[in-house]
Design a protein around this ligand. Structure first.
Ligand SMILES: [Zn+2]
Ligand SMILES: [Zn+2]
Length: 556
């Protein structure tokens, strides 16, 4: 490739305009032919608008069309919004995957669970290691965050260096894992950075995010003063916080028991990777039942109120091994992710009513964020000093605030973009040169489906309006062979009304069908439409609901 005609572009397919579903592409080459790398491939969580669907992923169609030129997927760290889509989307992309040891172990498990065979395509990169992919020479740079092994990627290209931060914060005492190497970051800045693509999550927070060490100190004091049972819930993926709870339990002379599948998964993976070596092994919750309530701490999944999380089951007295009594204490050692307030406050309310103490961010210092507040962002900008700054990992309001912030830091060319924009980083000034197909796909069972799929509309319709299913048996002579079979589901009718409305519907069906020649297929569409609209009217007149209606004709 001759550099003269070549360009360097960036295109986020997910994560620029929302928090979640991160999927970033960098391309280098001529206008028509580029080589690409992908950084991160995460999931997002849906709101309650689609019944039965919790997860979504960025629509990868643009890069699937170019998969022969996709040189690899590089993962910055193991949070779900960065790796969660790998098992769903890798079969469409079929390229090498690069990750540091802890992230790679968790991915291996994800792929195994979903039975996705990637052969030798999963490559483990050592901390601060290097990968060379065509025109991209990529250094992993250890940072600090709220999970083990968070990395920025420093990407040298013939057009200049890109610095993709991934998720980060400045934690001077992360307790486990690598510390952030300020000197190394300054050094990268000294050598010249063309563009920094940076986390925007906490751009509205003044000051600094604080350290895991501060949380540990505070939690020690808190736990030492608690008399009865202690149940702590936090994100399983934060191994540092997990270690804190282990250490606090030990200091308070208590045993610790891990509750919930992902707690065990992270504990085992972290230990396999050489972390968490210096703690007393946890008790099985079945054995922990036998320990007096002032000698035990439970560390549970479900800090966001997830219905299947251990915490929710414990609060609702549905857990087989963990119980709460009056004067026990529950510590929510995590932030409430926007959207989860209702679920969590419902849990808090149940606990308070049962006279169980609730400690959360609102009334105790038991959590710090994993993302940089403004003073940390200032540091990063002063170390890296990029010519171009592109905010990502945020909703539009975060990206705009970050854009203004970058300007204040003296960045010559801050750039505001959203999913699907192709921004030219080199040559010349940064400029959005194209908009490509983008959007989201929903994870439904084991399928990926378009958000405008027909059956999703049907499902929403059934969920909010109920269902009417009518089967007509038609004789050879073209008459109704017997009474129609009518099924009503999810409609607000009591038994008496239900019987009554069935008679009304049957009468209406007999009336309508008598005006048609039922064996004349040309009339079939009109017949079905007529039945649908008149039967719905009957239901509507009683209930003010218009159920999703299905009419089936069976010719005998
Ligand atoms: Zn993230
Ligand atoms: Zn993260």
């Amino acid at each position: 490739m001759t550099q003269g005609k070549n360009e360097l572009v960036f295109c986020p397919l997910g994560g620029a305009g929302e928090i979640g579903m991160n999927m970033n592409l960098y391309g280098y080459g001529s206008q028509d032919e580029k080589k690409w790398i992908m950084i991160d491939i995460g999931v997002g969580f849906t709101d309650d608008s689609v019944p039965g669907i919790d997860l979504m992923v960025a629509d990868p169609d643009f890069i699937v069309q170019r998969k022969k030129d996709l040189l690899g997927i590089l993962l910055t760290h193991a949070h779900e919004d960065h790796i969660g889509a790998i098992a769903h989307l890798w079969p469409l992309l079929e390229c090498p995957i690069y990750a540091t040891p802890f992230t790679a172990s968790l991915i291996k498990e994800k792929l195994r669970e979903k039975r996705v065979q990637v052969g030798d395509n999963l490559k483990t990169i050592q901390l601060n290691g290097n990968v060379n992919l065509g025109p991209f020479d990529i250094d992993y740079v250890s940072l600090t965050h709220s999970i083990l092994e968070p990395n920025a990627l420093s990407i040298k290209t013939p057009a200049g260096t890109l610095f993709h931060t991934g998720d980060w914060k400045c934690d001077s005492e992360p307790l486990i894992g690598e510390k952030m190497d300020e000197g190394k970051l300054k050094d990268i800045g000294d050598k010249g950075v063309l563009a920094m693509i940076c986390d925007s999550t906490n751009i509205f927070s003044e000051g600094r995010s604080g350290s895991e060490k501060d949380v540990r100190d505070s939690m020690m004091t808190i736990m030492e003063n608690i008399k009865n049972r202690i149940v702590v819930t936090t994100f399983a993926s934060n191994a540092s916080r997990m270690e804190t709870v282990f250490k606090c339990a030990e200091k308070a002379g208590r045993h610790l028991s891990l509750v919930g599948r992902s707690m065990h998964r992270i504990y085992n993976t972290a230990r396999d990777c050489g972390y968490l070596q210096d703690i007393k092994p946890p008790l099985d919750p079945r054995d922990a039942k036998k320990i007096p309530r002032n000698k035990i701490v439970y560390l549970c999944t479900g800090s966001q109120g997830e219905p299947m999380g251990a915490m929710n089951r414990i609060v609702n007295e549905e857990h087989p091994d963990v119980f709460l009594d009056k004067d026990d204490t529950v510590i929510f050692s995590s932030r409430i992710i926007p959207g989860n307030e209702k679920k969590l406050f419902k849990m808090h309310n149940i606990l308070v009513k049962r006279e169980i103490n609730v400690l959360s961010e609102d009334n105790a210092f038991i959590h710090v964020s994993g993302h940089p507040a403004r003073d940390e962002m200032k540091d990063m900008y002063s170390w890296i000093r990029p010519k171009i700054a592109i905010p990502v990992h945020g909703e539009h309001r975060h990206l705009k605030e970050h854009y203004d912030f970058a300007k204040l830091q003296g960045v010559k060319h801050p750039a505001l973009i959203e999913n699907g924009d192709i921004i030219k980083i080199y040559p010349g000034e940064p400029k959005i040169i194209d908009k490509v197909h983008n959007g989201k796909m929903l994870v439904d069972g084991n399928r990926l489906i378009d958000e405008d799929s027909r059956f999703l509309k049907d499902r929403k319709n059934i969920a909010s309006n109920g269902l009417m299913d009518v089967t007509l048996l038609i004789s050879k002579k073209g008459q109704l062979d017997r009474n129609p079979i009518i099924n009503l589901r999810g409609l607000p009718l009591n038994d008496e009304e239900f019987d009554e409305i069935l008679y009304d519907l049957e009468d209406e069906i007999v009336n309508i069908t008598s005006t048609y020649s039922l064996n004349n297929k040309k009339q079939e569409k009109n017949l079905i439409d007529g039945l649908k609209s008149n039967l719905k009217k009957i239901i509507y007149s009683k209930t003010k609901k218009r159920p999703y209606t299905n009419i089936i004709l069976i010719r005998l």
